[in-house]
Design a protein around this ligand. Structure first.
Ligand code: ARG
Length: 587
C-alpha cells in the first residue's frame, strides 16, 4: 500500500502544480506540533523566494484548493506561510481498514524480488559459541526476516569458520593424546568416524588446551599449522577427523542457535569454498591479477584517493596455504555459481571492516563480482560490560552464549515469580521468550555500528524501552481480547471513530507501519522497528490507562476499541517477529 504520507504528498503536490508552482514544494511532513495539527507543509515558504510572492499568499491559495479535498478535516494557512493539515477520521479509518485486510499490514512486496544472501552467525567450529557471535546472530536474523517479509528471496548462511588453524590445533592435540588412532596413519583410507573418538564435551576441553599450548610452545604451533595445511591438502585421516569435529560441533551449534530462535537456510562454511579455489586461482592468474610479494601471492586493491592505507589482498601464503581472505573471495565465487545473488550482506564485527574492504575491492577489480552484485558489509559494534570493556564473565573469561542465556532466563524468572502463580513448564517457556526479548531488544534497539553496554537489569525490566515491556503490552491486549471473545463473535470488531485524542494518535502511528518496515529494510536498521513498536506500545498503554475497555457498555464504542486492539496486536506481533522475538500467552 502507498504510505499514508505519500498519499497526502500527492494530494498537496497536485494543488501546488495546479496553482502554477513546482510540485516539489508540496511535500508534507508529520507535524512537529501535534497539538496544532497532524501534518504540515512548509513548501510555501520555500516557494516564496522562487516566485517572489509573500509566502502567506501562496499558502492561502493552496489552502483554498485543499479545502475541497474529501480527506481533510481542516486545512489552515498560518503566518508566515505554514500549511497545517488535520485529516478526517473517516479517511484514517479507511486507511487502517485497508491495512488490516492486507496480509502484509500495508507493506508492499518487492515487484522484482532480489536474491539476497545474508552471511551471519559466523561461529567457529570446535570453539564454543561466545557472546562475540551473539550480535551477528541477532542482527543477521532480523535483517533476514525484514528482507523476506518484503518479498525478497533471502538465503541465510551461517558461514562457519571450519577451515582455519583451530582445526589444526584440535587435530594435533588429539594426536598428542591418542597417537594410536588410525586417523594419524599416513595411509589412512577409511571414512569419518560415526562413533567418534571424542564428544562435544571433550572437544570443548580439547580446543582451549590446544590453543593455550600453541601460544606458549612454538613447536606445538608449528604442528598445528602443519596439520591445517595437510588437512587443506586432503590428507585422508585428517579429513576424517575434521568431518567428525564438524559433526559434533554443528549438532551443538544448531541447538544453541535454535535456543536463540535463529535459523539458517545454509550450514555452509569456509571449507565449502575449497573446491572452487583451484579454478578461481587459475582464472585470476590467467587474467594476470596476482603477483608475488615476499613469497605470497597478492593482488593490489588500493585506489587513488584512498584516505587510509589499504594493504594488498593476500590470495595465498608463501607455503601455498589458504587464508581467511582466500576463502572469503572463493565463497563469493561459490555463491555466484550456486545462487546467482543480487546482493550479499555480511553481518560481522566492525573490526573486520578492512578485511571486507579488501575482499570486496578484490572481487570487483578482478570482475569475480559483476556490477549487478551488491556486496554489503554491516559492521556491528561491541557488546561491552559495565566497565566499558568487551563483555566478560565475572571471572574475566569469555562468556559462553549458553551461560548468558541461562543468566537472563534466571533473572526474568525471578521477576515473573514475584507476580504470578504459573506452573513450572509454562514458566520455563515464558521466561525463555521474555529472556530472549530482553537480550535481543537490548541489542537491536541500538544503532548497529555503535558499541553498547549489556545491562541485564535494564534489559529485562518490564517498564521502559525494553523487549519485555513490548511483550507485556501484547499480553495485555491478548488478555482483553480473550475476555471479550463472546462479544466480538456476536457483534464483530469495527471502527466507528476515535473517541479520544490518544486513540487518534495511536491510529496515526499504526498507519505508518509500512513506512517504518520499508525504511528499516532500506537502511538496514532494525532499530527503527524497535523505536516504532516502543512508541506504539506507549500510545496503546496510554489509551488503556484512560479507558475501561472491558466494562464499556456502548457496544459500538467497545467494538471500535476492539478493532483498534486487534490491529495494534497484529502490528506489534509482526514487528516483534521481524526482530526475531515472540510474545507469550501470559506473563
Ligand atoms: N568466523 C568469523 C569470526 O568468528 C566470522 C565469519 C564472518 N563471515 C565471513 N564471510 N567472513 O570472526
Amino acid at each position: 500500500m502507498e504510505y499514508l504520507i505519500k498519499k497526502l504528498n500527492n494530494l498537496v503536490q497536485e494543488k501546488f502544480e495546479k496553482c502554477g508552482y513546482d510540485r516539489e514544494y508540496g511535500r508534507v511532513n508529520v507535524s512537529n506540533r501535534p497539538d496544532l495539527c497532524q501534518f504540515q507543509c512548509n513548501g510555501a515558504l520555500a516557494a516564496a523566494k522562487k516566485y517572489r510572492k509573500p509566502p502567506i499568499k501562496i499558502a492561502n491559495e493552496i489552502v483554498e484548493e485543499l479545502n475541497n479535498i474529501e480527506a481533510f478535516e481542516v486545512v489552515t494557512a498560518i503566518m508566515p506561510g505554514f500549511i497545517n493539515i488535520v485529516l478526517k477520521d473517516s479517511f484514517i479509518i479507511e486507511y487502517l481498514n485497508d491495512m488490516h485486510n492486507d496480509k502484509k499490514l500495508g507493506c508492499t512486496e518487492a515487484a522484482e524480488p532480489l536474491t539476497i544472501i545474508v552471511d551471519y552467525g559466523g561461529a567457529n567450529v570446535a570453539k564454543p559459541l561466545h557472546v562475540g557471535h551473539l550480535r551477528a546472530a541477532i542482527i543477521g536474523e532480523s535483517i533476514k526476516r525484514i528482507s523476506r517479509f518484503l518479498g525478497h528471496k533471502v538465503i541465510g548462511d551461517v558461514h562457519l569458520g571450519d577451515w582455519g588453524l583451530q582445526i589444526g590445533m584440535v587435530i594435533s592435540e588429539v594426536q598428542r593424546r591418542k597417537p594410536d588412532l588410525p586417523y594419524f596413519d599416513e595411509g589412512f583410507k577409511g571414512d569419518y568416524p560415526k562413533e567418534g573418538p571424542f564428544t562435544i564435551d571433550e572437544l570443548e576441553e580439547i580446543y582451549p588446551a590446544a590453543s593455550k599450548l600453541a601460544k606458549s610452545d612454538e613447536n606445538a604451533m608449528e604442528q598445528a599449522r602443519k596439520a591445517t595445511y595437510e588437512l587443506q591438502n586432503g590428507r585422508a585421516g585428517y579429513v576424517a577427523l575434521w568431518k567428525h569435529i564438524l559433526n559434533v560441533s554443528v549438532a551443538d551449534l544448531k541447538k544453541n542457535y535454535g535456543e536463540l530462535n535463529v535459523e539458517f537456510d545454509l550450514w555452509k562454511g569456509e571449507s565449502d569454498s575449497q573446491k572452487y579455489i583451484g579454478e578461481m586461482i587459475n582464472y585470476l592468474k590467467k587474467n594476470k591479477y596476482p603477483y608475488e610479494s615476499q613469497g605470497a601471492l597478492v593482488i593490489d586493491v588500493a585506489k587513488e584517493g584512498d584516505t587510509y592505507t589499504i594493504p594488498p589482498f593476500i590470495l595465498l601464503k608463501s607455503d601455498g596455504a589458504t587464508l581467511y581472505s582466500t576463502t572469503d573471495l572463493a565463497t563469493i565465487w561459490e555463491r555466484i555459481k550456486e545462487y546467482d545473488p543480487d546482493q550479499i550482506i555480511y553481518v560481522v564485527d566492525k573490526r573486520q571492516s578492512l578485511h571486507f574492504e579488501q575482499v570486496f575491492r578484490c572481487a570487483e577489480k578482478t570482475k569475480i563480482a559483476s556490477e549487478k552484485l551488491k556486496l554489503d558489509f554491516i559492521g556491528f559494534g561491541t557488546m561491552n560490560g559495565k566497565d566499558g570493556k568487551p563483555f566478560k564473565t565475572r571471572e574475566g573469561g569469555v562468556m559462553r552464549l549458553q551461560d548468558l542465556i541461562k543468566m537472563i532466563k534466571g533473572n526474568v524468572k525471578g521477576k515473573l515469580k514475584e507476580t504470578k502463580s504459573i506452573d513450572e513448564t509454562e514458566m520455563e517457556e515464558i521466561s525463555r521468550k521474555v529472556g530472549l526479548a530482553a537480550l535481543k531488544y537490548g541489542d537491536l534497539s541500538n544503532q548497529i555500528t555503535k558499541d553498547y553496554v549489556f545491562d541485564l537489569d535494564r534489559f529485562s525490566s518490564f517498564e521502559g524501552n525494553t523487549g519485555p515491556y513490548i511483550l507485556y503490552t501484547v499480553v495485555r491486549i491478548k488478555s482483553i481480547l480473550n475476555k471479550s471473545a463472546d462479544e466480538i463473535c456476536k457483534h464483530g470488531a469495527k471502527f466507528t471513530k476515535p473517541y479520544s485524542g490518544v486513540e487518534r494518535d495511536l491510529m496515526l502511528k499504526l498507519s505508518s507501519f509500512n513506512e517504518t518496515v520499508e525504511q528499516a529494510f532500506a537502511y538496514e536498521a532494525p532499530n527503527r522497528i524497535c523505536e516504532y513498536i516502543y512508541e506504539t506500545a506507549n500510545l496503546f498503554n496510554k489509551f488503556y490507562n484512560d479507558n475501561k475497555i472491558i466494562s464499556e457498555e456502548n457496544i459500538d464504542k467497545k467494538m471500535s476499541w476492539i478493532k483498534l486492539l486487534l490491529l495494534t496486536k497484529d502490528v506489534l506481533e509482526t514487528g516483534l517477529d521481524l526482530l526475531g522475538m515472540e510474545a507469550p500467552e501470559k506473563m
